[in-house]
Design a protein around this ligand. Structure first.
Ligand code: A2P
Length: 268
């Protein structure tokens, strides 16, 4: 509880955690991230999502958010788009430290290492806020236990939108615990589509042209070697899925682990 916070006008619904905002960062006028306290009883697997809301109505609006922090962290981090008329994000973008955020009790999702068969190289293909579940997974030692090599791709409209992913990669590489695991094993591959930068183009085009593999000096997708996680818009998922299926990879799930898994990035 925060002494400066306004008293809540509505009761906290049953079976929902009321957590406190610890910090908020506005990255661009379209993107922000925030950290909240984590209830002791709240367990999740890195890469999963959870429903979150605000205590601003009798029946609050909840939206599915990927947890961007790893399972070992004692806080929970989220990365969000700001939609001016979004039912949740129009209000959520105004939170400040000390405010209350509601969290449902159960997390779920398919972007988990358990939904993939063992493999050598794990690809994490992200566009926009689709990087959130991977921010969790690349900070989890379990990911490095299961895969020898990890490639995180991050494609956004412009350079400013890449910043969250850029900073994430830097901080993971320099982390005293995880940093050692990542040495020579974690690659970061960023591109922009609407502003000229060091690397340009949609990830689908970079895959189809072979540039992604040439740049990294690896062979293209091979079901014997590669596992892929995909997170972005519905169109992006469809198009990347087509490409990995063409390479012979099979979609997996928690019930039937296979070669690739997909999940839609948060939309509003
Ligand atoms: P583009 O600028 O060409 O639309 P958004 O911020 O709208 O979610 O987009 C994030 C990134 O995803 C942008 O770089 C965008 O490229 C890209 N993108 C959008 N649709 C697709 C798609 N079908 N396949 C691959 N990338 C896509």
């Amino acid at each position: 509880a925060n002494a400066n916070a306004e008293p809540l006008k509505f009761p906290i619904p049953a079976n929902v955690h009321a957590e406190t905002v610890v910090s908020v960062k506005h990255h661009t006028d379209r993107l922000f991230s925030f950290r909240i306290t984590r209830p002791q009883s709240f367990r999740f697997r890195s890469g999963e999502f959870v429903m979150i809301g605000l205590p601003n109505a009798e029946k609050p609006v909840f939206r599915a958010y990927s947890i961007a922090s790893p399972a070992w962290d004692d806080e929970l981090e989220f990365y969000s788009i700001k939609v001016p008329d979004g039912p949740l994000t129009s209000e959520l973008q105004k939170i400040v430290p000390g405010d209350t955020v509601l969290l449902r009790q159960k997390s779920t999702g398919t972007l988990v290492v358990d939904a993939l068969k063992p493999g050598k190289r794990l690809w994490m293909i992200a566009t926009g806020t689709g990087i959130a579940p991977f921010a969790s997974l690349i900070r989890d030692p379990d990911t490095y236990e299961k895969f020898e090599e990890i490639v995180l791709t991050n494609t956004c409209r412009d350079i400013a939108e890449l910043q969250y992913g850029d900073a994430l990669f830097q901080s993971v590489s320099q982390d005293p615990l995880i940093g050692e695991l990542t040495q020579g094993r974690l690659s970061y591959y960023a591109s922009t589509t609407r502003e000229s930068s060091a690397r340009n183009g949609r990830i689908t085009d970079l895959i189809a042209s072979g540039k992604l593999f040439a740049d990294l000096g690896v062979a293209s997708f091979d079901p014997a070697v590669d596992r892929v996680m995909i997170c972005g818009s519905l169109d992006m998922i469809r198009d990347v899925k087509d490409l990995v299926e063409k390479a012979g990879l099979v979609e997996g799930s928690n019930a039937a682990p296979a070669d690739f898994v997909v999940e839609r990035a948060f939309v509003g």
